[in-house]
Structure formats: structure tokens, C-alpha cells
Design a protein around this ligand. Structure first.
Ligand code: DX5
Ligand code: ZN
Length: 206
């Protein structure tokens, strides 16, 4: 499955979201950054609520924020498919996971390039999805870090597996043979004139 991030695009946000929604992508990847967990801040929560209120595709929300539960309490209204948190930014991890479960939303945990796969060991039975970060959170358009791939096989058969950051027609080649369910790609798709062509390139090479 391809999940498209609209952080960096040649179109404005509204146009980009509409183009993703019309494309062959499976999911819309929504990056939310608070300026605290990462230095960048991209949205106010009510902007997100407005922008994504009417999309047809399921939402895959990636929270790069401290204390995600505050945001999650609003975001559940969008009925997202997955919400992914970073453990090092999360105050009440157990409570946050339980809150999402209660709304029947898949719970994801992201692992930064410098974090071990074992950071989620004590939550593995309570979550659904692991998002392997192949760039450091903060910006679209960064370079793929291949060494993160070593963590993937540990999760095989245990969780849904996603990878996020720097995926394009070159770096996708590294993913061959890995059990990846969701490929997140942003600038490679959204900085082009033809989203479907780019999505197909990723699907065909993989
Ligand atoms: C990084 C974000 C990624 C990013 C992906 O902070 O979490 O989702 O936007 O975009 P590309 O594919 O441009 O790296
Ligand atoms: Zn992301």
C-alpha cells in the first residue's frame, strides 16, 4: 500500500490533498508537527480538521508532537484508520494506546533512525503498527537512511509494518524482500505533475 504525505508539494495544501484523494494511493499520510517534539510546526489542529474533513481515502495520521493525546481527542472525529505516535514524545503511553483502541483506530508507534526496535517491546501486544522512520522527523524531501532496514524483520508477523521518509524510485529498491505493508512517500509523488505515474513507479519497482 502507498500512503502519500503532503508535507512537501508543488501544489497548495488543499489542491495536494484533493489530488491524493483522486489518485490510486491507498491512504493519506497526515504529518502533524508541534514545534516542540520537532522544531517545525505545520498545522493548527482546526486547520487539519477542516482540510481533511471530507476526504474519501482513509487517513494515516503521524503525530510528531509531545503529548499526542491532546491532539488525538480532536482527531478521532476524522475517523482515521491509523494514528501513529512517537514514544519519546508521549506522556501517558498506556492511556494514549487505550484511548485509540477504544475508538477502534489502529495504533502505530514510530521508531526514529537512532532508536532501537526494542523500544516498543513492552507495547507490542497492545499496538497494531510500527512505522520505521527512514529519515529524522521534521521535514519532507530528506535522504533515505538505508541502515534502518535492519530493524524490519524483527516485526515480521507481529505488526503491520510501514516505512516513512525519503522514498523515491531509487531508494525503493532497498525495500525489495522486506515485509513492508505501508510505504509512505511524500515529495517524490507530490512534487510531480502525475501522482498516479509516481505511485505506479513505486509499486512496480517494489
Ligand atoms: C518526516 C515525515 C515524512 C515525510 C515524507 O518528518 O514524517 O512523512 O513527510 O516525505 P518524503 O517522502 O518527502 O521524505
Ligand atoms: Zn510521516
Amino acid at each position: 500500500m502507498i500512503s502519500v504525505s503532503f508535507l512537501k508539494s508543488k501544489y497548495n495544501r488543499q489542491e495536494t490533498i484533493a489530488l491524493i484523494d483522486e489518485s490510486q494511493a491507498s491512504l493519506i499520510h497526515v504529518d502533524l508537527m508541534d514545534g516542540i517534539y520537532v522544531p517545525q510546526k505545520n498545522f493548527e489542529i482546526d486547520e487539519i480538521m477542516k482540510l481533511l474533513n471530507n476526504t474519501k481515502k482513509p487517513l494515516d495520521i503521524h503525530l510528531m508532537v509531545n503529548n499526542p493525546l491532546i491532539y488525538i481527542k480532536e482527531l478521532v472525529k476524522l475517523k482515521p484508520y491509523i494514528i501513529t505516535i512517537h514514544l519519546d514524545g508521549t506522556l501517558n503511553i498506556e492511556e494514549t494506546i487505550a484511548y485509540l483502541k477504544n475508538f477502534n483506530i489502529k495504533v502505530g508507534v514510530a521508531i526514529n533512525p537512532n532508536e532501537s526496535e526494542h523500544i516498543i517491546d513492552s507495547y507490542i501486544d497492545k499496538i497494531d503498527y510500527v512505522l520505521i522512520m527512514s529519515v529524522y522527523p521534521g521535514e519532507g524531501g530528506q535522504k533515505f537512511i538505508p541502515s534502518v532496514l535492519e530493524k524490519i524483520n524483527y516485526f515480521k508477523g507481529k505488526l503491520l509494518i510501514g516505512i516513512d521518509g525519503g522514498i523515491n524510485e531509487d531508494s525503493i529498491k532497498y525495500l525489495k524482500g522486506y515485509p513492508i505493508d505501508i510505504i509512505v512517500s511524500g515529495s517524490y509523488i507530490c512534487q510531480s505533475d502525475n501522482f498516479n505515474e509516481r505511485i505506479n513507479n513505486l509499486l512496480n519497482i517494489k
